[in-house]
Design a protein around this ligand. Structure first.
Ligand SMILES: [Zn+2]
Length: 109
């Protein structure tokens, strides 16, 4: 058996991704499938503007453009990034969030 330090190196592979209705369906390299509602995905957007930035004083600042409309929960396009993340282009032109595979895996429970 390998020591623990090797365990976290293994990276999940994404075999397939589809948007079906109002969910994203992900098929992972280990054969597991995951369905994430688009609204959950958008609200979890990891970009600095959505998730907020902490300044040197420790105050959390959130972006200003946060009125989510119905288009905000629709996906126009998904661009794979470097084999480890998906960039999602939302219906309201928001596209700065990079959803890493680890992040996506953590969302679907
Ligand atoms: Zn965002």
């Amino acid at each position: 058996m390998l020591d623990g330090e090797y365990v976290s190196v293994a990276r999940m592979k994404l075999d397939d991704m589809q948007v079906i209705g109002d969910e994203m369906a992900l098929k992972w390299g280990d054969g597991s499938e995951q369905f994430i509602p688009l609204e959950v995905l958008r609200r979890a957007c990891p970009c600095a503007s959505c998730s907020g930035e902490v300044d040197v004083m420790g105050n959390l600042h959130k972006g200003l453009s946060h009125t989510l409309r119905s288009e905000s929960f629709q996906i126009r396009r998904v661009q794979p990034v470097g084999g480890y993340a998906l960039q999602i282009f939302w219906g309201d032109e928001h596209n700065t969030g990079l959803y890493s595979y680890d992040f996506l895996l953590g969302l679907g429970e």
